[in-house]
Design a protein around this ligand. Structure first.
Ligand SMILES: *Cc1c(COP(=O)(O)O)cnc(C)c1O
Length: 470
């Protein structure tokens, strides 16, 4: 055996201690670590032949990369929708690596990790007040969850038309899809599923600054289909303004028309954790499928998302994802195995960090995280609203603040303002376009964010505005 490998194995206690100390130093200093970095780094394309061992590899990592790692898991990284990691989630993720299970089969003599996964899904359904008639599983994120759910939706349309798209290939003209404000990843999923990214029909959004479906327009579009089946992609939380479609009205449509209803609830679904905000997802339990992102508001490490699909669609799901030419994997309906229910065959035990964090903090812990983030978003939104130079582009409905510089003539300076704010290294936000206007958005999903972080952000924004207008 290789000497370095032998030596590392013998030195495991020392190495892991070193990693622990470094990890703690990172976590304890997270609030002071810059949220942006100068990313000038020289990379190499030469692999040494002898190796150097883990201690030297760590040294090299620290010398070259560690210093420019930004505090994206910290309390003031508000770009995209970036969650942090709870201590319990780190524990679970660490152990998932150590135990290194390949999570596939929940029965027979294989490993039991899929049993943990199934239990975790039950706990998650519990947290979100969803009924137990959903099957669920973990994938890398909401993109792959949307892909999985829409893969089943595609097969469902085929079934209605007496076609097996999974087996025979897709005829996009047969697949009618409606959506008002789909996340880019759903559109990407349509591309990957062979349906085509331009093969969906945009439903109008409600007037007066909304991103939610205009139900009258949806009704008209349904009428035009003359009874043909369709897929509805709806939103529980759009990324710019966290708007929610009217699920109770969709439930009424569901009683009248034949369609597959998917909800992208990547982060907005966590409104269900709060008695105050759970009305936003009222009715979502009747959806055919739901996407939840765990590396966002659940605060577990990347890569972690899950799909929830009604168990009654199990056969359609297996038809889409089965490994049909691998007899050694068994009959997919008799022997439950995740590899016949989702895109990946081999997966790490993604459920474990989720399991740890759910068990550790329970319903109340997550209610606190969610309500705290909403509170922080509202505080920051109030500040934005009070600035003459700024315009809040939508009310802070949940956990995202979307704003821009006041006045159409200032549009060309929005990007500069954002770059200057981010260059401070003290907060990080991302650019967007909302209703045709260049804007800035801040999303709050990190459990660490507190009022002192809002104070720091206010200071930075005030400073940059002053520089811009002095
Ligand atoms: C983040 C997000 C996605 C994509 O999720 P990934 O985890 O990046 O794959 C999809 N939909 C919504 C609403 C999101 O916020």
């Amino acid at each position: 055996m290789d000497n370095y490998l032998l030596n590392d194995s013998a030195q495991a206690a020392v190495l892991l201690e070193q990693i622990k100390v470094q990890s703690l130093a990172y976590l304890q200093n997270l609030s002071n670590r810059p949220t942006t970095a100068d990313v000038q780094v020289e990379t190499t394309d030469q692999l040494n032949s002898e190796g150097v061992g883990t201690a030297n590899a760590l040294q090299q990592f620290n010398d070259r990369f560690e210093k420019i790692m930004v505090a994206s898991s910290g309390p003031r990284y508000w770009g995209f929708v970036t969650g942090g990691t709870t201590p319990a989630a780190i524990a679970g993720d660490w152990l998932a690596t150590v135990y290194d299970q390949n999570t596939q089969t929940a029965n027979g003599q294989g490993d039991i990790s899929a049993i943990i996964e199934k239990e975790t899904i039950q706990l998650l359904l519990n947290l979100l007040n969803l009924p137990a008639d959903f099957l669920g599983g973990f994938v890398t994120g909401a993109t792959m969850s949307n892909f999985t759910c829409l893969g089943v939706a595609r097969q469902w349309v085929g079934k209605v038309l007496n076609k097996d798209f999974a087996k025979e290939g897709v005829s996009p003209a047969d697949i009618n899809i409606f959506s008002a404000t789909p996340h880019s990843s759903s559109v990407k999923a349509l591309s990957m599923l062979g349906i085509g990214s331009s093969s969906y029909t945009r439903v109008k959004t409600l007037e007066s600054n909304r991103e939610a479906i205009d139900m009258d327009d949806l009704q008209n579009k349904i009428n035009e289909l003359n009874g043909k089946p369709f897929i509805l992609i709806s939103s529980a939380g759009t990324v710019n303004t966290v708007d929610f479609d009217d699920f109770n009205t969709i439930v009424q449509l569901k009683n009248k028309y034949n369609f597959f209803w998917h909800i992208d609830a990547a982060f907005g679904g966590f409104a269900a954790c709060s008695p105050k905000y759970k009305y936003l997802v009222d009715g979502w339990q009747y959806a055919d499928s739901i996407t939840i992102d765990c590396h966002k508001w659940l605060n577990v490490p990347y890569e972690n998302g899950c799909w929830l699909i009604k168990e009654k669609h199990k056969l359609l799901q297996v038809e889409t994802f089965q490994n049909s030419n691998a007899p050694y994997l068994g009959d997919p309906l008799e022997h439950f195995s995740y590899l016949n229910f989702l895109p990946e065959n081999s997966r790490r035990l993604k459920a474990l960090p989720v399991w740890f964090s759910l068990i550790a903090y329970g319903k109340n812990g997550y209610k606190d995280i969610v309500e705290n983030c909403i509170g922080m978003a509202k505080q920051f939104g109030n500040f934005i609203q009070q600035q003459k130079a700024l315009e809040l582009l939508a009310p802070v409905r949940l956990n995202t603040v979307c704003f821009t510089l006041n006045g159409q003539e200032e549009q060309s300076r929005v990007q500069t303002l954002l770059e200057n704010i981010n260059a401070s290294g003290r907060i990080f936000m991302t650019a967007t376009v909302y209703k045709g206007r260049i804007a800035i958005r801040a999303a709050f999903v990190n459990w660490r964010t507190s009022i002192s972080d809002i104070d720091i952000a206010i200071e930075v924004v005030e400073e940059e505005l002053q520089k811009m207008y002095s």
